[in-house]
Design a protein around this ligand. Structure first.
Ligand SMILES: [Zn+2]
Length: 147
C-alpha cells in the first residue's frame, strides 16, 4: 500500500453558534490540512510511471481548497448566520464571508474538504484538519486508506 500525503495551510476565522464557551466568540486559526491518497499499485507507463498520482495534481486541488477558505470568515448558513452576515456586510467594510451548510468544526471541515477533493477527481482516502497544532480531526469513508 502506497499512501501519498500532501499538505496546505490557511488562515480562517470562525465561531461556533449555539456553543457555550470561548469558541462561541469570533476567532481565527492557522488550519493545517493533510490529504492522503492511497493505492496498492503504481502506474506502469507514461508520465505517471512509478507514481500513485502526480503530487502536482493533488497540490493544485488543495490550492483550490485554500482559495475557498483562506482569509475568510466561516459562517453557518442558518437564520442566525444570515443575521450576522447581514450586519457584517452592511457596514463600510466588505468582509469576505464563506457561508457553509454546517457548524464550522474541524470535523465538518474535514468531511467538506474530503468531498470537495473527491469532486475534483482526487482519489482521496483521508483528510485531516488541524485546528490547532495539537488538535485535529481525520475524515475517511470506510477504511479507504488501509483496505
Ligand atoms: Zn475555533
Amino acid at each position: 500500500m502506497f499512501i501519498l500525503k500532501s499538505e496546505i495551510q490557511f488562515d480562517t476565522a470562525h465561531y461556533l453558534s449555539g456553543y457555550t464557551g470561548k469558541c462561541a466568540n469570533l476567532h481565527g486559526h492557522r488550519y493545517r490540512v493533510i490529504a492522503k491518497v492511497a493505492s496498492d499499485t503504481l502506474h506502469t507507463d507514461g508520465q505517471l510511471r512509478g507514481m500513485v498520482e502526480d503530487f502536482g495534481t493533488i497540490k493544485q486541488a488543495l490550492r483550490e481548497i485554500e482559495k475557498l477558505f483562506d482569509h475568510k470568515l466561516l459562517i453557518e448558513n442558518n437564520e442566525e448566520g444570515h443575521d450576522v452576515a447581514q450586519q457584517l456586510t452592511e457596514g463600510p467594510t466588505d468582509f469576505d464571508l464563506f457561508m457553509v451548510p454546517y457548524r464550522p468544526t474541524a470535523e465538518e471541515m474535514s468531511r467538506h474538504i474530503y468531498q470537495l477533493l473527491k469532486e475534483m477527481s482526487i482519489r482521496v482516502c483521508e483528510v485531516e484538519v488541524f485546528e490547532t497544532p495539537t488538535n485535529s480531526c481525520s475524515y475517511s469513508e470506510g477504511s479507504a486508506c488501509s483496505k
